[in-house]
Design a binder for this molecule. Structure first.
Ligand SMILES: NC(=[NH2+])NCCC[C@H](N)C(=O)O
Ligand SMILES: [Mn+2]
Ligand SMILES: [Mn+2]
Length: 352
């Protein structure tokens, strides 16, 4: 068992170093705001794009192949017209996530890392489902969040569906749901074994019960305090992807960051991740070479002052850049052909 794992890990390490060619990225906007009551979160994709997202990603590597797939649109389909108890705007969430799932699966099948811009976190149901479809189940999820988003319609105190996507995705929780009309496309197919939380600090009573009873890997802020972000991410990856062969999905709720770093979000909580920790964890995932999809959700440009919005959007872009290979230590150039700018002879001498 141990030996098999060792060989697999070594194999993946070699593969990673052989395939070091440019990344392919697909951007998907999901301007969905009905999973929670605050208006504005639907403008997240526009604000993140308008802050120069593509240009800044391109600055990481001019050869990176970036394609913007535009925004997801949906209409409420007839088979979802029924209401479900204590799930606000259920029919919108169900209809939107069906489209999201199809789009995400397509982008991943096009050979691209899928970057989904929310929108509120209920879209995580669609993005993770799409990733599962594209990779036939072989994925691992890091849910970076102040919240567990693990309520069912029976346990939620708010009825807001952005607090429920994890419970909808988990195989082990499928019996806790009533029949959900128009959600047959969504088979809860991820096992809780392959998901880990990082950053929790505002967890509801029932969510805590489920995490403990089912042994879900969950690192709260006090664990980050205790072990440091680097060890926490190593432990999380080890748990959800022990053979290092799964496609990794990072569902990044901007409220995982401290409310001072990312104030423009609907359910901000003090005492969260620093931007440094938030970036570092993304760099670690990028270094695995197995990042398959990222969601960046819950940026709400209607909350806070203009500078709050700027800081929040900028934090989101830093996290995205880290996920796509930006190095804070600066790029290491191996060959003269890789020099981004025309240089004069003395600099050439440093390389050769
Ligand atoms: N994606 C989020 N920001 N979720 C916040 C959820 C808050 C609370 N647990 C609820 O169920 O309503
Ligand atoms: Mn969330
Ligand atoms: Mn949250």
């Amino acid at each position: 068992m141990l030996k098999k794992r060792g060989i697999q890990v070594l194999f993946n390490c070699i593969k990673r170093n052989l395939h070091n060619d440019g990344l392919k990225v697909g951007i998907l906007g999901i301007p969905f705001d009905k999973g929670q009551p605050r208006i504005g979160v639907g403008n997240g994709p526009r604000f993140i794009r308008d802050a120069g997202l593509i240009k800044r990603i391109q600055s990481i590597d001019k050869n990176m192949d970036i394609k913007d797939y535009g925004d997801v649109s949906y209409t409420v389909s007839k088979d979802v017209s029924e209401e479900v108890e204590n799930m606000r705007e259920y029919e919108h969430m169900a209809s939107c996530c069906r489209e999201v799932s199809k789009n995400v699966a397509k982008i991943i099948n096009d050979g691209r890392i899928c970057l989904s811009l929310g929108g509120d976190h209920s879209i995580g149901l669609g993005t993770v489902d799409g990733h599962i479809q594209a990779k036939s189940d072989n994925i691992a999820v890091l849910w970076i969040d102040a919240h567990a988003d693990l309520n069912t319609n029976k346990t939620s105190a708010t009825g807001n569906v952005h607090g429920m996507p994890m419970a909808l995705l988990a195989k082990e929780l499928s019996d806790y749901w009533p029949y959900l009309p128009g959600m047959d496309w969504q088979k809860p197919m991820i096992s809780l074994r392959n998901i880990a939380y990082v950053g929790l600090r505002d967890v509801d009573v029932y969510e805590r019960l489920v995490i403990d009873k089912l042994g879900i890997t969950a690192f709260g802020i006090e664990d980050i305090e205790k072990y440091g972000i680097h060890s926490v991410i190593n432990m999380a990856l080890e748990k959800v992807d022990p053979y290092q062969n799964r496609s990794i999905h990072v569902s990044y709720d901007i409220d995982s960051l401290d409310a001072l770093e990312a104030p423009s979000t609907g359910t901000a909580v003090r005492g969260g991740l620093t931007l440094r920790e938030g970036i570092h964890l993304m760099e670690m995932v990028a270094n695995t070479g197995r990042l398959g999809a990222i969601d960046l959700v819950e940026v709400n440009p209607s909350i806070g002052s203009a500078s709050d919005v700027r800081n929040t959007v900028d934090a989101a872009i830093h996290i995205i850049m880290a996920s796509l290979g930006h190095k804070r230590q600066g790029l290491r150039i191996k060959k003269i052909q890789e020099m981004p700018l025309q240089t004069f002879p003395p600099t050439r001498d440093l390389i050769n």
